[in-house]
Design a protein around this ligand. Structure first.
Ligand code: NAD
Ligand code: UDP
Length: 315
């Protein structure tokens, strides 16, 4: 661990998949980390190994309510991210993005902290432009099953930019594309965790639609590196900036890779495609390369091996 940086950093959603890796990375860099989480989808097991660190603190808190703490930086990650979880209580999902962002922006304003929003590729909806650059405004259904998440995140971006223009807040907006790795929730229904768990248990691999829809999968370590680089970028760089891996795979290709690496005897079954499921998604990352000197380093096969090892250890 590095020497104490003197920086106190709040991570909302710090007990979740990405949040727990971020807390760990920030502690390793010598920062003091305050994790605020209501444990809606996050788990204590994700941060149990950090609890002995004197620079780490956890508070059970729902960001839909105000929070009074003194910090230098805020990473706002709180929000359920998988379709199963964000559609379970859609009103709470929108509240978390909208009320939660207002509360965290208000906190940043009061203590003059720099604040980063974990936005998403979902702001592009089912894109008509491919790959998606930050300048694309998106193709989002405002009244569908995914809207609580997509429109909540879009409104959060609006709030971040209005606080920046109106109150001169230092903001950073990251548009995160599909990310995977250890500590994904085994039952959250996301494609990487579903396929790995099904393959390891010898169950059918559930491909939605004909599996020709595409996604670009970024390994968690690469993503966290990008988030920290964004937070530490020049004050006049607000983003939004895409963070994701531009290598694009069809869902069928992913299923085949998981079967091959695990050596599973599972077979594929085809199920109906969920409503508003985007047909293709791939980030245009030239802005991140140019401004943050960032690009993903970890290949899908290597990241899948590490993720499979994790799931073997918990199943
Ligand atoms: P996750 O569900 O594992 O983590 C979200 C965390 O936020 C959980 O610990 C949950 O308990 C907490 N939370 C939810 N509502 C809260 C509230 N009202 N108050 C306090 N805590 C709350 O999901 P994740 O994959 O780690 O995603 C983290 C962030 O990154 C989310 O904002 C998500 O939208 C964004 N993101 C993730 C991905 C991805 O592929 N993982 C892609 C795009 C964007
Ligand atoms: N998917 C699938 N089988 C599953 C889970 C997901 O075929 O068991 C598909 C899903 O329909 C989508 C893609 O995989 O086309 C990625 O889904 P995920 O929920 O991981 O992320 P998102 O749709 O939010 O990108």
């Amino acid at each position: 661990m590095k020497k104490y940086s003197g920086k106190r950093i709040l991570v909302t959603g710090g007990a979740g998949f990405l949040g727990s890796h971020l807390c760990e990375g920030l502690l390793n860099e010598g920062n003091e980390v305050l994790c605020a989480d209501n444990f809606y989808t996050g788990r204590k097991a994700n941060i149990a190994h950090l609890l002995g660190n004197p620079y780490f603190e956890v508070i059970r808190h729902d960001i839909c309510f105000p929070l009074y703490v003194e910090v230098d930086e805020i990473y706002n990650l709180a929000c359920p991210a998988s379709p199963i979880h964000y559609q379970f209580d859609p009103v709470q999902t929108t509240k978390t993005s909208v009320h939660g962002s207002i509360n965290m922006l208000g906190l940043a304003k009061r203590v003059k902290a720099k604040i980063l929003q974990a936005s998403t590729s979902e702001v592009y909806g089912d894109p008509t432009v491919h790959p998606q650059p930050e300048t694309y405004w998106g193709n989002v259904n405002p009244i569908g099953f995914r809207s609580c998440y997509d429109e909540g995140k879009r409104c959060a971006e609006t709030l971040f930019f209005d606080y920046h223009r109106q109150h001169r807040l230092k903001i950073k907006v990251a548009r995160i594309f599909n990310t995977y790795g250890p500590r994904m929730h085994p039952n959250d229904g996301r494609v990487v965790s579903n396929f790995i768990v099904q393959a390891l248990k010898g169950e059918d691999i559930t491909v939605y639609g004909d599996g020709s829809q595409t996604r670009s999968f970024c390994y968690v370590d690469d993503l966290i590196d990008g988030l920290v680089k964004l937070m530490n970028s020049a004050d006049d760089f607000t983003g939004p900036v895409n963070l994701g891996n531009p290598s694009e795979f069809s869902i069928l290709e992913l299923a085949n890779k998981v079967i091959e690496i695990t050596g599973s005897k599972s077979s594929m079954v085809f199920k109906p495609l969920p409503q508003d499921d985007p047909m293709q998604r791939k980030p245009e990352i030239s802005l991140a390369k140019e401004v943050l000197d960032w690009q993903p380093e970890i290949k899908l096969e290597d990241g899948l091996c590490k993720t499979i090892d994790y799931f073997k250890s918990i199943i």
